[in-house]
Design a protein around this ligand. Structure first.
Ligand code: R7I
Length: 289
């Protein structure tokens, strides 16, 4: 969870900056002064973690209520465009399944929001990959009804679980792809396996996307490639991920969640930890309970 938040907050400092200034700043590693606020990636991951803590699995009704409650309490966390309607309607008492399925002319959202929040779930169930997949699907359904959004969530959760289990970076992408249903996320993951882990992230992003579309397919394969390329070093992983630009808070949140599932916050400079907006303490206590 803390790796996801660090990635989210670090990435947000680079979010959709013009390519020229972004590249110079990142190549020269000009760290932005704190505080670095975290965004919806962290808010939704925290809600999911609270539900796992309380129920031991994804209780979808409870998760929908938790998401809606967190949104109502703090709506200015840069939520995805459709999430405002979704979370308000759920908060008003509409069934989450109806609200979620009617988004985007009844197709459901293929946004990257179900993937951005799910790495801690993968770490939580790391001992059993079938459970990781099943619970990731259940966690995605509550807000994202499109199969590509679900595929993105499955991919990130499985990657985090495999990270905990110590898989070598060179095996990660293929092992994840084997668990993801056919579709655009799976196809771009397979495309990502063609790039050496020493390749320039900007080149890989050019071939598989780095979140500019805010879709799961345009975000998750790149993030998993970046995590695979830097699975033992969280700080390096985040610098490398940000280099391609795009939806940087979310690519970095995904990478931070996956890599920290292996490393924890070991090696992260104190200045980064001090700049990052703190998480609530204790992490999983539900306000009001
Ligand atoms: O997926 P979601 O929660 O967004 C998460 C992203 C992260 O980067 C966050 O940090 C935040 O900035 O937003 O929210 P959605 O609104 O469901 O999906 C994100 C965007 O994907 C939407 O605003 C649309 O632009 C796009 N999108 C679609 N466009 C066309 N057709 C999602 N689904 C569709 C679709 O079916």
């Amino acid at each position: 969870m803390r790796g996801l938040t660090l990635g989210d907050a670090f990435g947000e400092t680079w979010f959709f900056r013009p390519a020229e200034t972004l590249e110079t700043a990142l190549v020269e590693r000009q760290l932005k002064d704190g505080p670095w606020p975290w965004t919806d990636d962290t808010a939704m991951a925290l809600s999911l973690l609270r539900i796992l803590d309380r129920h031991g699995r994804v209780d979808q009704d409870a998760l929908a209520a938790e998401f809606a409650g967190a949104y109502a309490a703090d709506p200015y966390r840069c939520y995805g465009a459709s999430m405002h309607d979704v979370l308000r309607a759920i908060g008003d008492g509409e069934p989450w399944a109806d609200v979620t399925r009617r988004q985007f002319d009844g197709m459901g959202s293929w946004g990257n929001g179900a993937a951005m929040r799910v790495a801690p779930l993968g770490a939580w169930f790391a001992g059993d990959l079938d459970t990781v997949v099943a619970e990731a699907v259940r966690s995605a359904d509550v807000t994202h009804a499109h199969p590509e959004a679900t595929a993105g969530a499955v991919a990130v959760a499985v990657a985090a679980a495999l990270s905990v289990r110590g898989i070598p970076g060179g095996e990660l992408i293929e092992a994840v792809a084997a668990r993801v249903p056919d579709g655009e996320v799976a196809s771009r993951l397979r495309r990502a396996t063609r790039f050496a882990l020493s390749a320039d992230p900007r080149h890989v992003a050019g071939m598989v996307g780095c979140g500019s579309m805010i879709s799961a397919a345009d975000t998750v394969p790149y993030a998993i490639w970046c995590a695979a390329a830097n699975l033992e070093d969280l700080t390096e992983a985040l610098w490398a991920t940000a280099l391609a630009g795009g939806d940087v808070d979310t690519t970095c949140a995904i990478v931070g969640g996956i890599v920290a599932a292996r490393t924890g916050l070991a090696g992260v400079p104190a200045a980064w930890l001090a700049a990052c907006e703190p998480l609530p303490s204790p992490l999983v206590m539900n306000p009001g309970q």
